[in-house]
Design a protein. Structure first.
Length: 117
């Protein structure tokens, strides 16, 4: 019981002090019309709840939200395939907020296309 209370207190304290967490905006915060973009990967965050990459597209840096790591691994999309410097083509839904963020539907890299949904 003591550990449960300590864990709850820690979680509350982290959320109140802006500890790094992965924001999940829900799919309704993205546009309903998909776009296709292509560009080099600048950075990779291969962790749950959703992996994401940063790419350069038309001179701008975009964050692309991918699928959970377990889903990507099951479909053959490994961390090595998403290394910085590789060029990817992505079909994705841009954020409605105007942020340079999009949710990926599918990604093509190294001649392989992976459905992420």
């Amino acid at each position: 019981m003591r550990y449960l209370i300590a864990g709850l207190f820690l979680a509350l304290a982290m959320s109140l002090h802006g500890a790094p967490t992965s924001a999940h905006h829900g799919w309704s915060s993205y546009q309903t019309k998909a776009v296709t973009v292509e560009g080099p990967i600048l950075a990779l965050h291969y962790a749950n709840p959703h992996a994401h990459i940063e790419i350069e597209h038309e001179g701008e840096r975009w964050t692309v939200v991918l699928a959970p790591v377990s889903r990507m691994k099951a479909r053959g999309l490994t961390e090595e395939m998403l290394a910085a410097g590789k060029t990817v083509q992505i079909v994705a839904y841009p954020s409605k907020s105007g942020e340079k963020e999009m949710r990926a539907e599918r990604i093509s890299v190294d001649g392989k296309t992976v459905e992420l949904r």
